[in-house]
Write a protein of this length. Sequence first.
Length: 95
Amino acid sequence: MNVTEFKSSLLHISPPANLNDLLKALWYDAKGDWDKAHEIAQEMETPLYCWIHAYLHRKEGDDWNAGYWYRKAKRPVPNYSLAEEWGKIVEELLS
C-alpha cells in the first residue's frame, strides 16, 4: 500500500484488513475517532507507538503529555502542522 491508497481507504467505513495497528491508529484518527486511535497507540511503548501517542496528545492540546511521549519516541516536538506530522508518520510507516 502507498500513501495515496492509504488516504483513499479513508472513504470506507472500516480500515483495510491488511493494515498494521500503527496505521490503523492513524486511520481512526483521520476518521475522527481519537479515542480508538489512542487506545491502539498506548498498547505498546516502541518508538513508533510512542510517536503516534505523542502526536495524538499534541492534537488533543495536552502539550505536557505530548512532550513526554515525544521524548519516549526519541523525537523532537514538531514545529509544523498536525496534518504534516500525520503525513510524515504515514509515510514512514509505509516506507
